[in-house]
Design a protein around this ligand. Sequence first.
Ligand code: SAM
Ligand code: SF4
Length: 477
Amino acid sequence: MIFKPEEYRIPDEPMKPFIDPDEIWEYINNTEPTRESVQAVIQKSLNKERLNLKDTATLVNAKDPDLIEEIKEGARKLKELVYGNRIVLFAPLYIGNKCTNDCQYCGFRVSNKEAVRKTLDDSEIKKEVAALEDNGQKRLILVYGEHPDYDADYIAHTVKTVYEVKQGNGEIRRVNINAAPLDIEGFRKVHEAGIGTYQVFQETYHPEAYKEYHLGGKKRDYNYRLTSLDRAMEAGIDDVGIGALFGLYDWRFEALAMVRHTNHFEACYDVGPHTLSFPRIQDAASIGLSDKYNVDDDTFTHLIAALRLAVPYTGLILTARENPRVRKEVMRFGVSQIDGGTKLELGSYQNSINEDQDLNKEQFMINDSRSLNQIIDELLDDGFLPSFCTACYRLGRTGEHFMEFSVPGFIKRYCTPNAILTLSEYLMDYAPEDTREKGWKVIENNLKELEENNFKNVPEIRERIDRIKEGERDLYF
Ligand code: SAM
Ligand code: SF4
């Protein structure tokens, strides 16, 4: 499907870009939430209707602590009603940190002369991937700076290199990308290499603020970045991730802009973004940003609850930028994917020594450096079902988040069984004894729940678990 702006144009009205800062500010400035309006918006979301900008403004403008608590409660309820208890796990793999841009918040920016620049060669990529597989990872997101060396051919090559690595029972089954925007031809090349999601964060959706933070390089072009995922769609990648970097501009503006970006995809391509990301700025090498737009923990949890309700069918990604306490709290609002065992320094997965972070070698500070197994332990203790599922993408069931949300029984028929099967593999191949014990109990509880809900596939799931115990791998529904 191709986006033709002229078809969306109202005759005799001037064309407006899909992000119109004045329009967004009008909604924020002219929406005064009341108890009734907030409750009506929460109910609309629980009825599985996507919220509009006015509704989203109602949620983000709420100031009364009781109302904010109701919003969080609404997000928790929506998660329980729709998504159940699965959390999908992944890890980032930094491939190269050379960069020609000058983003003021990033340790890799060209003006940071102290940065230690490195690009993994094929053999280093293979060693990193083997180490990640040895920990049990099945899904990676590859991350790159923006540099002529990292063109579409290079990115496609690195993706194929990652897929080739098979270490014991380990393999990477889904490679996502976070890299600079490409042209349509470039997106086509990486699509053909078999990527899952292509992620590009707009950082700030406010064009004037954007200019202040992006002082050099191709990334200065706000519009080229904003339209990047339209080019991805045109190239056949219908699995895209959007995000804003919180702390650069007013958080309420960014939240409404993400909803507007989502509307744009729905209107033009009939499919929303696969995931929303909401990274908060962390310390990075010699950055000196003002704290004017800092987002504190309470505001951050308010933001995530509002986003969950506003775009209820989209996956939410929460990364190790956040500390374990914040991660634990917001996981209840419907976060669907988290990273585990995260390391940002290039080449650092191969050496098991857990050294302190060196900010001249890494993009920013992380606040959750727990191992994948520690994260899985906590998820199991908290009643979540850790998942490494990649089935939908491999079976061509794109838009799985939307299906989870809109097709009755989809989660219980596909997602829960696949989470159980991929967790079974993890327990057999990588988990220490105590995690294994806990894991089998959680699996049994989930199977019982499926039985109680009259799902007929439980004997088949049990039969497949037995096959996994006997050594078969990669079984999915
Ligand atoms: N170079 C590519 C680009 O800019 O699109 C890849 C992205 S970068 C390696 C991944 C993301 O990290 C950025 O889009 C930005 O949102 C985020 N990021 C950069 N500096 C950060 C910081 N100091 N704290 C938290 N997140 C940061
Ligand atoms: Fe380069 Fe991306 Fe960092 Fe900007 S955010 S300096 S483009 S790596």
